[in-house]
Write a protein that binds this ligand. Structure first.
Ligand code: TPP
Ligand code: SF4
Length: 335
C-alpha cells in the first residue's frame, strides 16, 4: 500500500494537533493551566473579536510573565462588557482608567513597580481604537517617546462601538457608521483621513511593534510573548471584527479577519527598533470585494448599483499595502 502522510492542520487546540507539537510550540490556550484571564460570564456580543483577542493576548502575557502582570484598561466595550461593577470577568490585577489615559496610568504603575524594586511585575495597557487613535493618542505617544516599560494593546474594531458605532480615526474609507454620511453621492466615511497607528508607532522607534488578527491566534500569542521579551515601550495592534458594528453574522468573525489579511487591507507584520522585521505573506491574494460584501457597513457599495470607482479606490489601498510590506512573493518590506 502506498505511504501517504496524514496532515493535521488543526495545531492550535488541545483536542487534536496540538498534542503532536513539541511542548514549547503548543498554544497557551491549549494548556489546561492557562490563566483564563478573561473568564466566561462577560457580556460581549456573540462572535465579538475583541473578547477573543483580549483573552488570547492577556493569557499569553500572563504565561510570558509567570503571572506577574497588571493591566490598565481604557473605557470601551472591553471594559464595559467585562466589568459591570461590582462584577468582573478579569482574573488578573486590573485597573479601570479613563477613556483617554490608559497609557499614562500604565506608565505610572510601571514606575511604581520600579520604585518598589518589583521590576519583574510587567504592565499592559489596553483599549479600543477610539481610546487609542483618538482621545488616548497624546498619552500613548508620550509613553512611546519616554520608552516607558509598558505593552500597549489596541483592539481595533474600527469605530467607537461601546457608545453606538461612531466613527473613529481608524474607521476605513467608505464604511458606514452612526456618524458618517448616510446618503449622498458618497455615503460612508471619507477617503484620505484617519491614522495608521502601527506606522506611527514605528516612527517613534520603540523596541517592538506588531499587528495581528484574531484569524491567526497562534501568531497573536507568539507576538505577545515576543513583546514581553523586550523592555521599554511596545505596541500590538489587533484586528478585531465587531459583528454588531460591522453588520456581519456572528459566526463570520474569523473569516472576515482572514479576508482582511488575504486581501491586503490589514497587513500583518512585526517591527523592531523602527524597522519592519517580518511580514506574514498572503497565501492567495483575494479581491477586496470578498472582504467588503459580507459586511452591512459596506452594503451601499453593492446596492443600488455597483460603486466600481469606490471599490477601485479601496482595492488601491490594499495593493499599496501589498507593495509597501512585500506581502506577496519573495521580496521584502518596503516601508
Ligand atoms: C472623555 C470621555 N468621552 C467620552 C466617553 C464615552 N465613551 C466611553 S467608551 C467610548 C467609545 C469607545 O470606543 P473605542 O475606544 O473604539 O472602544 P470599543 O468600544 O470600540 O471597543 C466613548 C465615546 C468617555 N467615557 N469619556
Ligand atoms: S459591540 Fe462589538 S466590540 Fe462591543 S461587545 Fe459587541 S461585538 Fe464586541
Amino acid at each position: 500500500m502506498a505511504f501517504q502522510p496524514v496532515k493535521f492542520y488543526q495545531t492550535g487546540t488541545f483536542t487534536v494537533g496540538n498534542r503532536l507539537l513539541a511542548p514549547e510550540e503548543r498554544s497557551v490556550q491549549a494548556n489546561m493551566r492557562r490563566t483564563n484571564s478573561l473568564n466566561s460570564g462577560h457580556r460581549a456580543c456573540q462572535g465579538c473579536g475583541e473578547a477573543l483577542g483580549a483573552r488570547y493576548a492577556i493569557d499569553a502575557a500572563m504565561e510570558a510573565t509567570q503571572r506577574r502582570l497588571i493591566a490598565a484598561n481604557a473605557t470601551g466595550c472591553l471594559e464595559v462588557f467585562s466589568t459591570p461593577y461590582p462584577e468582573t470577568s478579569w482574573q488578573i490585577p486590573w485597573i479601570h482608567s479613563l477613556f483617554g489615559n490608559a497609557a499614562a496610568v500604565a506608565t505610572g504603575i510601571a514606575a511604581a513597580m520600579r520604585v518598589k524594586g518589583r521590576s519583574e511585575v510587567r504592565v499592559i495597557a489596553q483599549g479600543g481604537d477610539g481610546g487609542t487613535t483618538d482621545i488616548g493618542f497624546g498619552c500613548l505617544s508620550g509613553m512611546f517617546e519616554r520608552n516607558d516599560d509598558v505593552l500597549y494593546v489596541c483592539y481595533d474594531n474600527e469605530a467607537y462601538m461601546n457608545t453606538g458605532v461612531q466613527r473613529s480615526s481608524a474607521t476605513p474609507p467608505a464604511a458606514r457608521t452612526a456618524t458618517t454620511m448616510a446618503v449622498g453621492p458618497e455615503p460612508g466615511n471619507v477617503f484620505g483621513q484617519g491614522k495608521d497607528l502601527p506606522r506611527i508607532a514605528i516612527a517613534h522607534g520603540i523596541p517592538y511593534v506588531a499587528t495581528a488578527t484574531v484569524a491567526e491566534l497562534r501568531d497573536l500569542e507568539a507576538k505577545v510573548r515576543r513583546a514581553m521579551q523586550f523592555r521599554g515601550a511596545r505596541y500590538i495592534h489587533i484586528f478585531v471584527p465587531c459583528p454588531l458594528g460591522w453588520g456581519h453574522a456572528s459566526d463570520q468573525t474569523i473569516r472576515i479577519s482572514r479576508l482582511a489579511k488575504e486581501t491586503g487591507l490589514f497587513p500583518v507584520f512585526e517591527a523592531v527598533e523602527g524597522e519592519v522585521a517580518s511580514v506574514s505573506k498572503i497565501r492567495r491574494k483575494l479581491p477586496v470585494t470578498e472582504y467588503l460584501k459580507p459586511q452591512r457597513r459596506f452594503a451601499h457599495l453593492f446596492s443600488p448599483g455597483l460603486k466600481t470607482e469606490v471599490i477601485a479606490r479601496i482595492q488601491a489601498i490594499a495593493d499599496r499595502n501589498i507593495r509597501r510590506y512585500g506581502l506577496l512573493g519573495a521580496e521584502g518590506p518596503q516601508p
